[in-house]
Design a protein around this ligand. Structure first.
Ligand code: SF4
Length: 334
């Protein structure tokens, strides 16, 4: 007698065959039903079913390759390169700034005031926001990094409140003459091989003649002169950007020295702006063509003592046996 397993394998029982054929029959029925449904419902019931896509939709063409973005140069980047190419290399090529830049009270203080003033103008200025509300806003955006002690921070908070009260009164006085044209906005201008950029604190439009006044807040300054405005690289770049983006308007620039509550303004003629544009293009091209791998730190008495990268550069100078203390006229504590 054949063993049972062998028999089962060799001769499937009738009931098993019937089950198989029922299964095949069901599959055939299901296929037919599915086909039927496909005809009735054009979108079908498939994985990846998308009711927004008709069954006859042709596959999307692949998007054309994106053009590489042009490099962007802001006044901060340009000033960094002009101050010291090694500083530029460390910040923007090697990108090691995050390991060396330290929080500073002055920077934090300025950033807090900028934020409070941005919100003040966005909310409608002195017509809508009272001086106490502006001071209260400052307290909600207050940043604590960089202060030497709690007392140092508390003094700065009192000073910030005083600055904002003065600012509010000045803002009220000119509310009839101007309206905000833009607040905290990045302007750009294509310079050919690169794009010139600048983040502007505020531009006011003068209602009498439509002139655009670029306003830049300086949180640490007591005073400012027309010559300061005229010689500031950032103010020149902002004027160029504002004029190129609004060629039919008169444009001028103002620095608002927040601590002193005073302002000074200056403007460039069209010829001066053309010259400036050519100079900036030249600087940008020099940066683009620079071999930064070959750039080495050179002691700069007017820059290095205030530079966060000084510890890094002094290590290089020590290895070279360079007398950087003498070259920089550094005062080493006894
Ligand atoms: S320490 Fe001096 S040389 Fe070094 S990056 Fe700063 S400014 Fe340049």
């Amino acid at each position: 007698m054949p063993n049972r397993v062998g028999a089962l394998l060799a001769a499937p029982s009738q009931s098993s065959g019937a089950a198989q054929s029922r299964q095949h029959g069901q599959e055939a029925d299901n296929t037919a039903r599915t086909r039927g449904r496909s005809k009735q419902r054009p979108y079908g019931f498939f994985v990846g079913y998308n009711p927004l896509m008709p069954a006859t939709a042709t596959p999307k063409k692949p998007a054309p390759p994106k053009k590489p973005r042009k490099p962007e140069f802001s006044p901060t980047r340009l000033r960094s390169f002009l101050s010291c190419p090694m500083m530029y290399r460390l910040d923007y090529v090697d990108k090691v700034g995050k390991f060396y830049h330290r929080a500073r009270a002055g920077f934090t203080f300025g950033s807090t005031l900028h934020q409070a003033l941005q919100t003040f103008h966005e909310d409608g200025g002195s017509a809508v926001v009272s001086a106490p509300e502006l001071v209260a806003k400052m307290e909600t955006v207050w940043q604590s990094q960089g202060y030497e002690s709690a007392a140092h921070e508390a003094d700065h908070k009192v000073e910030a409140a005083r600055i904002l009260e003065t600012y509010h009164a000045a803002s009220e006085a000119r509310a009839e003459e101007t309206r905000p044209f833009l607040i905290e906005k990045m302007l750009k201008w294509d310079m050919g091989p690169f794009v010139l950029t600048g983040r502007i604190d505020r531009i006011d439009e003068h209602l009498s003649d439509g002139a655009l006044e670029i306003v830049d807040y300086k949180s640490g300054r007591m005073g400012v002169t027309e010559a300061d405005v005229k010689s500031a690289l950032a103010m020149s770049v902002y004027q160029l950007l504002a004029k190129r983006n609004n060629p039919d308007r008169r444009v001028y620039a103002t620095i608002h020295a927040l601590r002193g509550g005073v302002t000074a303004s200056a403007s460039y003629t069209d010829e001066e702006l053309l010259e400036l544009e050519e100079d900036l293009r030249g600087i940008g091209i020099t940066i683009l063509e620079k071999d930064f791998e070959a750039v080495r730190p050179v002691p700069l008495p007017d820059v290095c003592p205030w530079c966060d990268f000084l510890p890094l550069c002094t290590r290089a100078w020590k290895r070279e046996g360079r007398d950087y203390v003498e070259e920089l006229a550094l005062k080493i504590p006894e």
